[in-house]
Design a protein around this ligand. Sequence first.
Ligand code: GUN
Ligand code: ZN
Length: 447
Amino acid sequence: MISKNQNETCLIKGARIASFNKEISGSIKDVLIKKGRIAAIGDIFEPAEKVIDGDNCIVAPGFIQTHIHLCQTLFRGLAEDLPLLDWLKKHILPLEAAHDPDSLYDSARLGLIELIRGGVTTFMSMETVHNSDSVFQAAVESAMRAFIGNALMDMGDDVPSNSKMTTQQCLSESRRLIDRYHNSNSGLVSYAFAPRFVLTCSEELLSQVASKAEELGLLVHSHASENRAECALVKRTFGVSNIEYFEKVGLAKPYLCLAHCIWVSPQEMEILRRNDIKVLHCPGSNLKLGSGIADIFTMKRMGVKISLGADGAPCNNTLDPFNEMRLAGLLQKLKYGTDAISAREIFRIATLGGAECLGINAITGSIEIGKEADLILIRADRPHNIPNDETDIFTQLVYSTRADDVIMTMVGGKILFENNEVIPFDEDEVKSAAGKSLNSILNRIDL
Ligand code: GUN
Ligand code: ZN
C-alpha cells in the first residue's frame, strides 16, 4: 500500500549524482523512482506524481550506519572523559539498567530523528537487555531500514544484577523478538543477535548464538578489541585474544559484524579476512573514549569488508554520518599518508560498504536502476560547499558537507524528511518526552 508520503512516481530533477559509476559520477542527472525503486537515471522528461527540484543539490545514496545504540541516545554527555571499561561500569551499564519501556522508546525516537536528519536510511543498533520492543516499535514508526538486537549478557562482574540474564533467558528473549519482529514492516526491520562483547557472554551463550544465527540466517552484532585493557582482560580470562576467541566458539562466519577492531594482530586480521567477518569502524567513538585508531587501511587492502557507525551518543557525542566519514579519512591520512584512502572510498564505506556488511547490497547502498530508492538530497550551495561544480563530488561529501545540509531523506521511495520536517515523528513532542524520561531515569539511579 502506498502511504501519504510515498508516491507511485517521483522525479528528483537536475541534481549532481553521487554515483559509483565513473561515467555519470558528479554530473547533473534526473533520478526517476517508481513504486519505491530507482527506475531510471539520466535526462528524464516523463511526468511524475511528485517532482523534487535538485538544483544546486547532490543526490546520494542514504548512509548506512552499522553500529549504534539507540538506547543510549538519552545519555549523551552523561559519561564523559572515561576509558571504555570505566565508562561502561560507572555510567552506561547502570543507566541502561534504569531504562523502562517509555524511556527506551523516547531514547530511540530521539536517535532516529537525528539519523533521519543526517541522511541515514539504514542502521544496525545494539539495544539494552530488557524492553527492546520499545526500540523495535520506534524503528517501525520511523520507516527506516533497521537491524536491531537486545544486548545479550549472561556474565560479567560489572554488569548490574537486573541486566544479567541466564544463558537460557538470553536465548528465549532473542527467540521472542525474532518471532515478533524479524522481517517485519514490509521487510524493513530485521533482528540481529547482539552478544555485547566477550567479557559479558559465556562460551555456551556465544556458541548457541552461532548455531541459531546459522540456522535462521541472521546477523550477529558484537564489539571486539576496542580498548587495550579490554583486550588484556580477554587474554587473561580466555587465554586467547578476542578474534581468536570468536573463532573458537564458532562465530567466525560471514554473518559476524564486529564493532571497533582496533587492537587486532596481523594473525587476527587474517582470521577476519579468511572468514569474511565484517568490521564496523567507529572513528568518532574510538577517539572520544581514547581507544585508538583502527587500521582500516590494512584491513581494507587485505579484502576485509568495512563499514561505518557513530556508536552510541554518549561516546561520540553525535550520530552525524558526515563526522564519521571525515574522521575515518583524516585518521588514515595521519597514519598512512595523505593518499591512504580516497574520499570516494570513504563515501563508499559509508554507503555501499555498509550494505555489504549487512548483506543487503543487492537492494540498497548505491544509486542503481532496480535498487530501493534509499536516497538523500544534500544542499551544496552554502558557503562551506563552494566551489561546488568544480570539486570532486566525493571530496565535497566527505570533507565539506555537513549533516544540516541534508534536505531530504527517503527510504524505499517514502519521504521521511522534507521541508525541515521529520515526517514520522513529532519532533517537539519527542524532545519534551525525552527530557522527562531522562529525569525519571536519573531519579531511579544513584550514579
Ligand atoms: N563494549 C561493550 N559495550 C559497549 C558499548 O555500549 N559501547 C562501546 N563503545 N563499547 C562497548
Ligand atoms: Zn558500541
